[in-house]
Structure formats: structure tokens, C-alpha cells
Design a protein around this ligand. Structure first.
Ligand code: F6P
Length: 548
């Protein structure tokens, strides 16, 4: 199956030639030349409208990018993923998050995988419903009013992002909080207001070995034991992991343990029992709605021709921006505050997946891979970093996420959000010329010399590329579609760059060093060997720890 990575195909230099050809053409000029640009450069699928007409490209570029899908064998890789082949070669694993959102009878991943997915889904959703209804309650019989998910990375970001995004669907449920950081304060802030009798902890960890999660889990366990006694632990802790022995050892109630499988990557695991906190928050029907939305996008990615295929196009546009337009970062800008954590979610999805610099065969790449992902809700961003994006020297590509309907029923304010978003997209694309500035200031009767002084400060160069990802409303199905859209975008890019999007060896080194350093930090006089520079820092920190 492996074909040449995109950069090793003859299409790459051809794309570079096109980039050079377009380098002196502003995007506004491309618009002026082509009144049908919106129709030509926008697509709808699975309830999402993707308008990429403000990207700095033309039909010839799009044609070449689409040829790239053939040259790299995108279809073969996609089909291999669906068949459950071990495309995560360095870990020898299949990659089957698409199996997690399949509807009954679909048999994605094969009959056995489909069977275990359905059985686990039932078990997890039944548990979630019972917690919501108070049938599963704390050791004193008090229903759970608070659910605290303890996890990090993929065992935190997905459910935390989704619970925030789907707030209107959570109002009759226990309050869900998420603890990830190791410093202890993250947990402390939650425990401060938690009633132990009404608190359920969910330890979410695929491996059940992650330092942050296990440390927080043990702190929570000690807190609970101090308040309610050791026997209560069983009733107040649930867990999700592939590591059944570790769940046993922790003392998790046998009925409150949920499975994961090695064919689900942490950052692709929201759809599995890792989503149990979300299922408690939004309930079974809405959780199934999110899975159905994800499956809609899967079907779109699996069946739509590449020229109409939203995730593939999004991936190709990213390749164009990163590799040919010298735009190494992507700002994700949601125009619904409830998508606040979506950029953080995408950071792991995109950067942990494609932040690689060797190909699947282990050869060093000499091309850029993943974009640096960042972002904030759009209007907040407008009043902080948009200045740099409009007029600064660093340039970034932008994704605007734009709902038509307010998710809180305040349509007049959402309409202002829509106007802001469209205005920004236009401003980034068109910019503002010296002539416009001159005419505007002249109308305000600003003296001529002052006008000339101000012009350089007021000019906006424009041609900042953006994609509008528009949809009707932020609901469970739409959230599912959006997440799957980006997942398959990442997949497309991984195939083009020839990297394995499903391992994450780069996080291991730091984990190992932390384990080695922890004894020296805890016991600085214990004679633990550390690098000289590190020893000096530890000495100063130790000194400061003695003070108030
Ligand atoms: O450190 C990165 C990572 O391995 C992620 O890939 C994963 O989502 C996260 O840690 C948490 O891992 P676990 O679910 O095993 O605790």
C-alpha cells in the first residue's frame, strides 16, 4: 500500500510553481476575476458548509491538490483504516475510532469488533443513565450531583470540550468537572465545593499508568476515604481503561469499569467509554446523537468524491498553506463561546497526530508536517490577537467555525457574532489599500500631511487565507460531525506527508525524565544524580520552598 509521500511525487514541484505564480496575486484579485468563486470554492456535506473561497488558490491549484490524493493513495489508506488493517505500524495496531460510532448492524471493523463496541456502548450508556436517574448512587444512598473526570490528554480534552460545547443538554444532569493537571490545585479547587457523599470520580486512562491521572486519582481516593471511609471507595469510583488489573488494584467496583481497546488512540477516544462523563452530562439519546453525527461525517469521507469531500479538501488546503504558502500555524476561531475548548481539543488531535518528522518507513522528512494549532472564541480573539493577524509580520491560516442559530436562544446576539465573523473573513481577505485609507481620511477632513503619515499604519495587506466552517447549530450531532471532520482532515494530511498519524513517541522522553527527576525534587539531599544545570535549579527551588 505505501506510495510515495506527497512531497516525493512530481506534483510537489508543480504545486510549488503554482505557488510562485500566485505569489503576486492578491486573493481579492482572484475574487474580482471570478464572480462564481464562492460556488467554485465551497462545498456542503453532512450538514456542514465549507467556504474556502478566501483561501489563496485557484482552480489549477485545487486540481493539483486533488491529483495528490491519487498519487499518495488516499483511498487505499482510508479503506485500509476502515477494514481494520494495522495502519498504526509503529505500534502494530489497527485504527478503528470509526467503528466506535457505527450504528447497529454496520459491522465496521468486522463482526467481532462491532459486537464488542455495541456491548460496551450499552454497558456505558446504561451506567450513565442510572447515574443520571439516581439509581446508581453514593455509599450513603445520596444520588450523585457531581461527577469528576480524572484524566489527561485524550482522556480529558474530548469529554471536557464536549460537556462545555453541549451545555444546554446538561442542565438536568450532575455537574461534570474535569481534572487533569498534576499540581494538585486543579483537583483541590473542585474538592473545595464537592460533597463527598454525592461525588462520583471517573478515572479515565487508557493505560492506567499516566502520572498525572494516577496521582490525582490517589489524592481523590484519599480525600474520599478520609470523609467516608475505605468501603465507600468502591461506590464512588468508576474507571475506563484497557488495564483491567490496575482498575482492580485501585478498587473500582466491577460494574463501574469500562473497556477500551488498543485500536483506539487516546485522542480519538471520546466516542468510546472515555466519553462516560459526557454521557452522564447529556444522557444516552444525545450521546447517540453525537455518535450519529460522527458517523454521518465518516460516511461522507468514505463515499464522497475527493473533489466534494470536506475532510479531504480541508486536509489538502492545510497542506497548501503549510507547505506552499509558508503558513505554519492555523488559528481556530469558533463563533459560539461554547466551543471555547475546541481549539485545545484540536491541538492534541492535530499536533500529536501529525507532529512527526519521519515517514512511515522511518526516513527523515524534509518538508513541514503538522500546523501549530491555536485559537480562541472569535470575538475575544478580535480584541486580542487579530491585530497581529491583520497587520503583523507573522501570518496564519484561519478556520472560522460559524453556527447560524444561537445555542442559547439569543439570536440577536448570535447575529452580531455572525456579522463579526463574516466581517473579519472579508477584512482578512480584502485588506485595506492606501487609496481606501486616503479617501476615508479625506472625507473626515484630516489634513493632507497627516493622512500621508497615517496611511502606512492603517493599510491592511489582506490575502490572509481563511475557511468558513458553517453549520446550523451547535448540537450533539453537529459536534460529532465537526470532530470527525477534523479527524479525517488529520488523516488526509498524515497520508500526504507520509507520516504515522497514530503513534506519539514524542511524549515518552519527557515522561521518563520526570520519573527520574521526581526523587531528586522530593528529596534534594538524597544524593540523586541529576544534570548540573538541573541541580542548581532544584537547589534554588528547595530554598524557596522553605519560605512562606
Ligand atoms: O502523553 C500523551 C498521551 O499518551 C496521550 O496520547 C493520551 O491521550 C494521554 O497521554 C493520556 O493517556 P492515558 O489515557 O493512557 O492516561
Amino acid at each position: 500500500m505505501p506510495k510515495a509521500a506527497g512531497p516525493r511525487t512530481p506534483l510537489w514541484p508543480e504545486l510549488a510553481t503554482h505557488a510562485a505564480r500566485l505569489s503576486t496575486v492578491a486573493t481579492r484579485e482572484l475574487f474580482a476575476r471570478d464572480p462564481g468563486r464562492f460556488e467554485r470554492f465551497s462545498r456542503q456535506g453532512a450538514g456542514i458548509l465549507m467556504d474556502f473561497s478566501r483561501q489563496h488558490l485557484d482552480e489549477m491549484v485545487l486540481g493539483k491538490l486533488l491529483e495528490l490524493t491519487e498519487a499518495v493513495g488516499l483511498k487505499d489508506y482510508r479503506d485500509a483504516m476502515w477494514r481494520g488493517e494495522k495502519i498504526n505500524a509503529t505500534e502494530g495496531r489497527a485504527v478503528l475510532h470509526v467503528a466506535l460510532r457505527q450504528p447497529p448492524g454496520a459491522n465496521i471493523g468486522g463482526a467481532e469488533i462491532a459486537r464488542v463496541v455495541m456491548a460496551e456502548r450499552e454497558h456505558m450508556l446504561a451506567f450513565a443513565e442510572s447515574v443520571r436517574a439516581g439509581r446508581i448512587a453514593g455509599s450513603s444512598g445520596k444520588p450523585f450531583a457531581r461527577v469528576v473526570n480524572i484524566g489527561i490528554g485524550g482522556s480529558d480534552l474530548g469529554p471536557a470540550m464536549a460537556v462545555k460545547a453541549l451545555r444546554p443538554y446538561t442542565l438536568d444532569a450532575p455537574q461534570c468537572d474535569f481534572v487533569s493537571n498534576i499540581d494538585g490545585c486543579h483537583l483541590e479547587d473542585i474538592l473545595e465545593t464537592a460533597d463527598p457523599r454525592a461525588t462520583l470520580f471517573i478515572v479515565s486512562s487508557k493505560t492506567f499508568t499516566t502520572l498525572e491521572t494516577l496521582t490525582n486519582a490517589h489524592t481523590a481516593r484519599a480525600w474520599l476515604k478520609a470523609k467516608l471511609g475505605e468501603e465507600a471507595v468502591r461506590e464512588h469510583f468508576a474507571a475506563v481503561s484497557v488495564n483491567h488489573r490496575a482498575m482492580d488494584e485501585f478498587g473500582v467496583h466491577p460494574q463501574y469499569r469500562f473497556k477500551m481497546w488498543d485500536w483506539v488512540g487516546g485522542r480519538y477516544s471520546l466516542w468510546s467509554s472515555i466519553g462516560v462523563s459526557l454521557a452522564i452530562a447529556i444522557g444516552k439519546d444525545q450521546f447517540l446523537g453525537m455518535l450519529a453525527g460522527g458517523h454521518d461525517m465518516d460516511e461522507h469521507f468514505r463515499t464522497a468524491p475527493w473533489a466534494d469531500n470536506l475532510p479531504a479538501l480541508m486536509g489538502l488546503l492545510g497542506v497548501w498553506n503549510i507547505n506552499f504558502e509558508a503558513l505554519p500555524t492555523l488559528a481556530v476561531l469558533p463563533y459560539d463561546d461554547r466551543l471555547k475548548r475546541f481549539p485545545a481539543y484540536l491541538q492534541q488531535l492535530e499536533m500529536e497526530s501529525n507532529g512527526k518528522s519521519v515517514t512511515l518507513e522511518g526516513r527523515r522528512v524534509d518538508w513541514q508536517t503538522a500546523a501549530v494549532i491555536w485559537g480562541e472564541p472569535g470575538n475575544n480573539a478580535q480584541h486580542s490577537f487579530f491585530q497581529l493577524l491583520h497587520q503583523g509580520t507573522p501570518r496564519a491560516a484561519l478556520d472560522f467555525l460559524l453556527p447560524a442559530k444561537s445555542s442559547c436562544g439569543n439570536q440577536p446576539q448570535q447575529d452580531l457574532g455572525i456579522a463579526s465573523c463574516l466581517a473579519q473573513a472579508e477584512a482578512f481577505m480584502n485588506g485595506q489599500s492606501a487609496e481606501t485609507v486616503r479617501a476615508d481620511l479625506a472625507q473626515l477632513q484630516v489634513p493632507k500631511e497627516r493622512i500621508e503619515e497615517l496611511i502606512p499604519h492603517k493599510v491592511h495587506p489582506g490575502s490572509r487565507p481563511s475557511t468558513l466552517v458553517a453549520f446550523q447549530k451547535l448540537d450533539p450531532a453537529t459536534l460529532g460531525r465537526l470532530i470527525a471532520l477534523y479527524e479525517h482532515k488529520v488523516f488526509t494530511q498524515g497520508v500526504v506527508w507520509g507520516v504515522n498519524s497514530f503513534d506519539q513517541w514524542g511524549v515518552e522522553l519527557g515522561k521518563r525524565l520526570t520519573d527520574q527527576l521526581a526523587p531528586a525534587v522530593r528529596d534534594p539531599d538524597g544524593g540523586h544524580a541529576v544534570a548540573p544545570g538541573v541541580g542548581k535549579i532544584i537547589a534554588q527551588l528547595t530554598e524557596w520552598k522553605k519560605g512562606n
